[in-house]
Design a protein around this ligand. Structure first.
Ligand code: SAM
Length: 460
């Protein structure tokens, strides 16, 4: 039986895939139209089994990602409050394999080179358990801002959000990273069921143009990988020119890199070097297919830079770069709100009078375009410290002295999210507002009122 295909799909795409997949082509095309959605649960919001029980939809596990679930039905998961609260990130199941295959560890230096909107970065951060150093870079400024918002929403504390070109990063940070992810811009064939622009943009010429750009990005990124470190390349397209072909060309030009076997996870199929006359070693690459599991498909290749790791690489920064007066103000305000004693370890005051906890020595990022040099904890305005929204989003209720927990249908919640206030006779000071125990943001109590400090740009 031949599947009826969407009329908008390019004939050349169908012809190419049918030629390569043969008997599997119909199952592939049918699966490519499916509209399942994936949710990646955020372990910083609670134990995974509890989170899974608390989300209001029937879900299925994702065989290769313990944090992931998928929903067969089209659910309004993006509009649910739990999305705003960073309880989950909506992500294609096959994209969830990136952090699993990269396997970042809490003590490592990790770079996500093409990170916006932040699906893989927020997953990597969760797997690093808030430790180590994570650079989330995005070359397009507008997209880097979205990345920063998602990093904040998911309560990430160990990431610097950077808006730079790969060349400028390589010039500043040669050999700095244990693990680098290049989730390359591609023709996005795996997104055809939900991205009509990807369909309109697709042509054989675009595929070849993408392959050229991907080779250039990899060439520019290679120097950032530490000897002994690993580089994971991924795309959400099936075109072999953008996958096995790009990696074959990269290995030809970079004898210091080798392709290594991907960790064996369920659902992963070998690369297809024969589709582009690439060397057989490209079987070590991996593909997730839409017709063999949940998700829309992805390609991955794991490379290792040969050689011994050099000595003398920088450590996670534990210094402090805050004037004494600002530190005293911060210590007082944050100390009154938080249960644990406040530390100045890693604390830095930026030129814009914002306070961040960073894991990277400020000298290392000076001069680069850094949107968020770490976890934004407070701002100094008019000689006062204002705790930041990003601080609230990375706290648990037990971290804060004064918490007001609301239910989703509490009218005070709607008022809070609009920036309003209500009567409250409790003690003066900062209060963490939570919903069902998940942080929503700060409020400030005083003069018989609890006033929302929910950021203006997020208000509904
Ligand atoms: N990793 C992201 C995630 O999981 O949410 C998705 C990344 S998307 C597939 C590819 C990204 O590469 C885009 O954000 C795009 O702006 C960026 N990009 C485009 N051209 C680039 C270049 N020449 N160098 C580096 N990144 C580039």
């Amino acid at each position: 039986m031949t599947t009826t295909l969407p009329e908008t799909w390019p004939a050349d795409f169908i012809r190419r895939m049918r030629g390569w997949l043969g008997a599997d082509a119909d199952a592939f095309f049918t699966a490519l139209t499916k509209r399942d959605i994936g949710l990646r649960l955020n372990p910083t919001r609670g134990p995974l089994d509890e989170l899974r029980a608390r989300i209001p939809w029937e879900t299925q596990p994702i065989p290769w990602c313990p944090e992931g679930v998928w929903l067969q039905e089209e659910a309004q998961a993006g509009a649910h409050l739990y999305h705003t609260l960073g309880v989950y990130y909506m992500q294609d199941p096959s994209a969830m394999a990136a952090a699993v295959l990269l396997d970042p560890r809490p003590d490592e230096w990790v770079l996500d080179l093409a990170a916006a909107p932040g699906g893989k970065t927020t997953h990597i951060a969760a797997r690093m358990r808030g430790e180590g150093v994570l650079i989330a870079n995005e070359v397009v400024r507008r997209r880097a801002s979205v990345l920063a918002m998602n990093v904040e929403r998911m309560g990430v504390t160990n990431a610097l959000v950077v808006n730079e070109t790969p060349e400028r990063l390589a010039a500043r940070w040669p050999g700095l990273f244990d693990a680098v992810l290049v989730d390359a811009p591609c023709s996005g064939e795996g997104t055809f069921s939900r991205d009509s622009q990807a369909i309109r943009d697709w042509s054989v010429d675009t595929v070849f143009g993408n392959a050229r750009r991907q080779k250039q990005i990899l060439d520019q990124t290679a120097p950032l990988v530490r000897c002994g470190g690993r580089l994971l390349y991924g795309t959400c397209t099936f075109a072999p020119e953008e996958n096995e072909g790009v990696i074959a060309a990269f290995l030809d030009g970079h004898p210091d890199f080798e392709i290594v076997d991907l960790p064996q996870v369920p659902g992963l199929h070998p690369g297809c070097p024969e589709w582009v006359n690439a060397p057989d070693v490209l079987r070590r690459a991996g593909r997730f297919w839409p017709h063999t599991g949940p998700g829309h498909g992805h390609f991955y290749a794991l490379l290792r830079r040969q050689g011994e790791p050099p000595n003398g690489l920088p450590e996670r920064w534990t210094g402090s770069d805050v004037p004494g007066r600002v530190w005293s103000l911060y210590q007082k305000t944050a100390g009154e709100a938080l249960v644990a004693p406040v530390s100045d370890r890693g604390l830095v005051l930026t030129k814009t009078d914002d306070l961040y906890v960073t894991s990277m020595d400020p000298k290392l990022w000076e001069g680069l375009h850094v949107l968020r040099p770490g976890w934004w904890v407070a701002s100094l305005r008019h000689n006062k410290i204002w705790p930041d929204h990003a601080l609230a989003m990375a706290l648990r209720p037990e971290d804060v002295r004064d918490v007001v927990d609301l239910t989703q249908d509490d009218p005070r919640l709607a008022s809070y999210l609009r920036g309003g206030f209500w009567s409250d006779l409790g003690p003066a000071g900062y209060v963490l507002i939570t919903v069902d125990g998940f942080p929503v943001g700060w409020a400030k109590r005083g003069e018989g009122r609890l006033r929302s400090r929910y950021p203006v740009h997020l208000r509904g």
